[in-house]
Design a protein around this ligand. Structure first.
Ligand code: NOJ
Ligand code: CA
Length: 686
């Protein structure tokens, strides 16, 4: 293959090196650069040593994206792995496969990359060896470290990973703080890149020349999540989340780290599409037939608790009563929702469940005023499912002890999907050691990364899907475990009930090009009452509440408001009932981080399309280009948009609903008021 020969030449290697298997010990050289480029040759990843320290860089069209950046590890009891290193021979591979998502934003996926594997070996001391594996796609790079089995590195204890990202070219960044008490639920900071502190990923950078770069990770399995910590200027490095153990990660070689990803695009819409490298870097489905994983639209005994009208705990305000559940089931059946989420039905909420770290939760025992047999039979008769709930208050140890019983219980009632929850401050994940001592861990540390997979696998055995709140960040594991359908991991709608401050209008325009690059979010849209706790105003227009169903993707999509509020806003409710939760394909039509976002998605297996647009606190007029529709076909467009005098400074409920005929050549001007948006349903016909 001449192309590979060229790559090898560029790396200064004899072509024969391509064929030779990686040997150990390897003949290492400190004067080589190994390089691998994307299938379209535009993005290249190079690895070399500078002063005998492994150093990589990334270019696009020959221009630096990641300037030379060091690699290394702090290994407990064994010193740093970084100095006095050299590179062995590189081996190359290429893949171009198509695969299908069982559910998702796009049904068809293409996994097309070139791969390079290079051993990094120490020239002195123990001559330890760690391999770097890089995969370069047309839209970015993923690289990981493989720890081969070897005498000097068996019981691997990683105190810190020293992977640097030296962002080339002056840039601004959108990011949330990492390592602080509230896990991932922060408002986005927008700062110059050289003023970022310690950030979660995905973090998105925009350079002066417009290039968009997002840094994230893929396939976070049995390892600590990394935070991106700024060192100086625009130089960052991985800082692994904390552990109760002396080292942040402990593994036995051989093993691979998660992939570190650099997603590259010309603009914000392109970045969303480019982020599919996260899924592509994960392993294929390991669960076999997953036809039982069903996208769902659901309502829930939920918002009333966030408004403080009902309670999770028992007593006069108890939300999860048999009677309430049956009313909600009636409502779901009448309006075509698949499921009803019921929170607060199980024993353990009384007293201070957060302060008590969930020590009283019983996951298979109902409060006396909730009759699960009756509710489940009623739901079944009405063709509605119950969506389960397991709030742990971060006590994943207690949950793990009860896991089989908890899942068996729901399986008995045909529950297809369980929302889990880990409400606790960062560092408040509780479990016990073998001697029964309480141990505290982090929501995104190695312990919790294992815990989540244990839950997902226990659920999969019973054909149950998992939607985790207060989760570990999404790194694309839904490809491997398709029952891990959604998660929270950012400020969701609940902040409009009680958040101080609530989410400002720019929040979703930030999410679309940061958090949503990671994967689905159970944002729980659709608060048509535009009213939070104590009657406070939600800073949104009514039309925008509809737009979020298209902008913020989740295969479990909630209609979050109270049934009585939907009855008062039937116009808006019509869209919420119509919009699907599973898609054939997605097109990001327009957007700028923090300003606005417009998404178009086609129903999975259908011909109808849905468009949603949201703006920040600025009113905007856009021209919608329907070029995403198939040519020569007419569509009936039903449009829900901000009405005259609307916007968060005006009448938030002002909404114009109108119908038009459009084709692929239609250009339609559309106005979004401040804090507003629009939604469109397109069906073939005139
Ligand atoms: C936080 C979750 O995000 C929310 O949806 C849930 O209602 C509460 N925890 C209680 O579990
Ligand atoms: Ca939450």
């Amino acid at each position: 293959m001449p192309r590979l020969r060229d790559i090898a030449r560029a790396g200064g290697l004899p072509f024969a090196a391509l064929a030779s298997a990686v040997a150990n010990p390897v003949a290492a050289r400190d004067d080589v650069t190994h390089k691998v480029c994307s299938p379209d040759e535009r993005i290249c990843f190079s690895l070399t040593t500078v002063d005998e320290i492994p150093t990589y860089s990334v270019t696009r069209d020959g221009q630096p994206v990641i300037a030379p950046s060091r690699l290394g590890f702090m290994l407990r009891g064994d010193g740093k792995f970084e100095h006095s290193t050299a590179l062995g021979d590189a081996t190359f591979a290429e893949a171009d496969r198509k695969w299908e998502q069982p559910w998702g934003e796009n049904r068809l996926m293409r996994e097309h990359y070139r791969e390079m594997r290079v051993p990094i070996v120490e020239l002195i001391g123990g001559k330890r060896r760690i391999d770097l594996i890089a995969r370069v796609f047309d839209t970015g790079v993923g690289f990981r470290f493989a720890f081969p089995d070897q005498e000097r590195l068996k019981d691997v204890r990683i105190d810190e990973e020293l992977t640097e990202f030296n962002i080339a070219g002056e840039a601004e960044a959108w990011w949330i703080t990492a390592g602080e008490w509230n896990r991932y639920e922060y408002l986005y900071n927008h700062t110059p890149a050289n003023q970022v502190g310690t950030a979660h990923t995905p973090i998105t950078f925009r350079r002066k020349d417009g290039l968009h770069i997002a840094i994230h990770e893929a396939a976070l399995v049995d390892y600590a999540a990394f935070w991106l910590q700024r060192i100086d200027g625009q130089r960052f490095r991985t800082r692994l989340s904390n552990s109760s153990e002396p080292s942040k990660v402990r593994r036995t070689a051989p093993f691979d780290t998660p992939w570190r990803t650099i997603i590259i695009a010309d603009d914000a819409p392109g970045l969303y599409a480019a982020a599919d490298i996260t899924l592509n870097l994960n392993e294929p489905n390991k669960l076999g037939d997953v036809s039982w994983v069903r996208p769902l639209k659901y309502i829930g005994i939920w918002w009333a608790m966030h408004l403080d009208q009902w309670s999770w705990n028992s007593g006069p305000k108890h939300g999860a009563t048999t009677a309430h559940a049956m009313q909600y089931i009636d409502f779901a059946a009448k309006h075509g929702f698949d499921a009803v989420l019921i929170e607060g039905w199980n024993v353990g909420w009384d007293g201070n469940w957060i302060g008590d770290h969930g020590r009283n939760f019983q996951f298979a025992k109902a409060y006396p005023d909730f009759d699960m047999d009756k509710v489940a039979a009623y739901a079944k008769a009405k063709g509605v499912a119950i969506m389960g709930h397991h709030e742990t208050a971060g006590n994943s140890g207690l949950y793990a002890e009860q896991l089989d019983a908890a899942m068996d219980y729901y399986a008995r009632y045909g529950v297809p999907s369980v929302k889990t929850g880990y409400v606790a401050d960062a560092g408040g994940v509780l479990h016990k050691d073998a001697a029964g001592n309480e141990i505290w861990d982090w929501h995104d540390g190695q312990w919790q990364s294992r815990h989540h997979l244990e839950v997902v696998l226990a659920a999969a055995k019973r054909h149950i899907s998992i939607n985790a709140h207060e989760p570990i960040k999404d790194t694309g594991l839904r490809r491997t475990y398709p029952n891990w359908v959604s998660r929270e991991g950012a400020r969701g709608m609940e902040y409009q009930a009680w958040g101080d401050p609530p989410n400002p209008p720019e929040h979703e325009t930030n999410l679309a090009f940061t958090r949503m690059l990671a994967g689905p979010m159970d944002f729980t849209p659709g608060i048509v009452s535009l009213t939070g706790k104590g009657g406070r105003a939600v800073p949104s227009t009514l039309a925008r509440q509809l737009a979020n169903y298209v902008v913020i993707y989740s295969p479990v999509q909630m209609a979050a408001d109270l049934p009585e509020n939907y009855a008062k806003h039937l116009d808006a409710f019509e869209f919420i009932k119509r919009v699907p939760a599973d898609w054939e394909r997605t097109r990001v039509l327009a957007g700028a981080i923090g300003d606005y976002a417009v998404f178009a998605r086609q129903r999975r297996g259908g011909q109808d399309w849905y468009v949603g647009g949201v703006t920040d606190e600025q009113a905007r007029e856009l021209t919608l280009d329907f070029g995403f529709l198939p040519a020569g076909k007419s569509y009936r467009a039903k449009i829900w948009r901000d009405g005259p005098g609307g916007g968060i400074g005006g009448d938030r409920f002002a909404m114009t609903v109108e119908e038009k005929t459009v084709t692929a050549t239609t250009k339609l001007p559309i106005r979004m008021e401040a804090g507003g948006g629009f939604a469109i349903a397109l069906t073939p016909g005139r």
